[in-house]
Design a protein around this ligand. Structure first.
Ligand SMILES: O=C(O)COP(=O)(O)O
Ligand SMILES: [Mg+2]
Length: 227
């Protein structure tokens, strides 16, 4: 961690799934409803949870062993997304400590926003349902720009919308692609270790500035008082 980096921060961007909200049970539920359609037993949440950061591709991959490029992939993905669309907010809610952490940023006058790979049609319903849309300075989805993370463009787009230079932004995320996107955008990056983290390289090797154990630790890193 670099104190100089934290002192320079004037805006915060957050990943959505696995960072601000615990959406894994609903995503896993949608995958298991699709398995049931195909006469398959449900898979345990622990098997599906690590792949949430890879979106529908990750869920279809674990649930059916099918990857993009295979003929079955697109029909399975579309059927998965139809199930998910019907249960976006069945159990999904903010992680413990997120609401208080966001309130502390608001009180400190630090603008914050959301940069997710989730498509706009799902993200908009979820952030509205959880009343995050009225609080976030910007919400950038996987289809807002021509590129998704790990490309830096969604992060740069969000920084422009917040009118904060990229080098004065810290991105908080739970997946290797979040760290890659932040580095490519010239932003500091912090790992939300309460999230899904993927099954690849361990988080301590992602080149992040720090690993956070709980949302409130972002405030410690920034030197912002809790409220
Ligand atoms: O839906 C996805 O692809 C992952 O979403 P996230 O970027 O908010 O983790
Ligand atoms: Mg995530």
């Amino acid at each position: 961690m670099s104190a100089g980096t934290a002192a320079a921060v004037r805006g915060v961007l957050f990943d959505l799934d696995g960072t601000l909200i615990d959406s894994a049970p609903d995503l896993a539920g949608a995958a298991n409803r699709l398995r049931a359609d195909h006469g398959l037993e449900p898979l345990p949440l622990e098997m599906l949870r690590p792949m949430v950061g890879s979106g529908a591709r990750g869920m279809v991959g674990v649930a059916f062993g099918v990857v993009p490029g295979e003929a079955q992939f697109e029909p399975l993905r579309d059927a998965f997304l139809a199930h998910y669309d019907a249960m976006l907010l069945e159990t999904t809610s903010a992680f413990a400590g997120v609401d208080e952490m966001l309130s502390a940023l608001d009180a400190a006058g630090i603008p914050w926003g959301i940069v997710t790979n989730k498509a706009t049609r799902f993200t908009s319903k979820i952030v509205a349902g959880l009343k995050l849309d009225e609080r976030a300075a910007v919400v950038v989805c996987g289809d807002t720009t021509p590129h998704a993370k790990p490309h830096p463009e969604p992060l740069l787009h969000a920084a422009r919308a917040m009118a904060v230079a990229p080098e004065a932004v810290v991105y908080v995320g739970d997946d290797l692609r979040d760290a890659q996107a932040a580095r490519a955008a010239g932003m500091a990056m912090l790992v939300a270790t309460w999230g899904y983290l993927g099954l690849g390289e361990p988080a301590h090797s992602w080149g992040a500035h720090a690993l956070l154990d709980a949302p409130g630790q972002l405030l410690d890193w920034l030197g912002v008082p809790s409220v």
